[in-house]
Ligand binder design. Structure first.
Ligand code: NDP
Ligand code: KPL
Length: 290
């Protein structure tokens, strides 16, 4: 089977490293420079203190996207508007891997026909153009947006350290991940702390709980105890992590605040729910970004 992956960042490189060898992989990068470096040096995967080099076919995206049996989209939310129009064949089965929720609106408006939504629970960190580190072993959850889940090809073969799991409801799956990212990412970015500090510092924990009240009211979450326990578990399991939004701010990069907190604010307005804390958090991150 022939699989394409768009985006040579943390997630695109991680997917290419694990899937190459099991499938025929083509990785599409934004620049020719990265494509040349990867073709010359190979792709290095660091995991558990070990390094492996994989030979992967890499093509700069401006040369065009070929026909594939499956195409993963591993760019940030805010690059989707550039990437979606480059997909000329509306019949290629696609998997969107973005955090947040705003890609669903874009997908709805597109002519694309067979779409799967993915939620990545692995940690990945790109060191340079040819090296990625697997910083947290997780799972990739896949739900059908259009198309049939039973037809999703990657459930048929197990890949060591890189499992895929089927989920029935893409909305529930994405909302669960959205809540995790909405609670952890902006708060850690504003407070400039590792994830565990949101729970371990009693002052930050009060803020965390107060913010959860607002978000759970916006989405009318019923099993609140269970949901907040799950988010706290993730904070503790990743307690030494600097969240992706904190890293984006530290490196002077654009964040995914619009797709995460911006989406929550839009939902609050639609549902006529109070969203004062969400609005403050949104403005603080936007202000730090600019
Ligand atoms: N990193 C992680 O651990 C996790 C990330 N995610 C989600 O996965 C998504 C991707 O994240 P991540 O990999 O970390 O992001 P990165 O910023 O590391 O990678 C995004 C990549 O997309 C490339 N890109 C941008 N525009 C284009 C284009 N027009 N054509 C081709 N490539 C393009 C960028 O290229 P260039 O570098 O040249 O600009 C970059 O290499 C995000 O939505 C994130 O929230 C989810 C779970 C975990
Ligand atoms: C789960 C979490 C919060 C881990 O840091 C994450 O997904 C991120 O940083 O984007």
């Amino acid at each position: 089977m022939d699989i394409g992956i768009i985006g040579g960042g943390s997630i695109g490189l991680l997917f290419a490293a694990y899937l190459q060898g099991v499938y025929e992989i083509t990785l599409y990068t934004r620049t020719k420079k990265q494509a040349d470096e990867l073709m010359q040096l190979g792709l290095t995967l660091k995991s558990d203190g070990l390094s492996k080099i994989k030979k992967v076919k890499v093509v700069p995206i401006f040369e065009g996207i070929a026909k594939h049996d499956l195409l993963f989209i591993a760019v940030k939310q805010y690059h989707l508007h550039e990437v979606i129009p480059l997909i000329q064949d509306p019949e290629i089965p696609l998997v969107f891997l973005q955090n947040g929720y705003s890609h669903i609106k874009m997908i709805k408006q597109s002519a694309l026909q067979e779409i799967y939504i993915g939620v990545v629970e692995h940690g990945a960190l790109k060191h340079d153009n040819t090296t990625v580190e697997h910083t947290g072993l997780g799972v990739t959850r896949i739900a059908a947006y259009s198309g049939k889940l039973k037809d999703f090809p990657l459930f048929q073969r197990e890949i060591s350290m890189f499992p895929f799991k089927a989920e029935k409801d893409f909305q529930e799956m994405l909302l669960n991940k959205l809540l995790v990212n909405a609670m952890i990412n902006p708060l850690t970015a504003i407070l400039k702390v590792e994830n565990g500090e949101l729970i371990n510092n009693p002052h930050f924990y009060l803020l965390f709980k107060k913010y959860f009240e607002e978000i759970s009211n916006i989405f009318e979450i019923e099993n609140r105890e269970q949901v907040i326990d799950h988010i706290e578990q993730i904070c503790l399991a990743t307690s030494k992590n600097r969240s992706s939004m904190l890293k984006d701010i530290e490196l002077g990069r654009k964040t995914e605040i619009d797709a995460i907190t911006g989406y929550i604010m839009e939902s609050a307005i639609e549902r006529k729910k109070p969203y004062e804390m969400t609005a403050i958090i949104y403005s603080l991150v936007k202000g730090m970004e600019s």
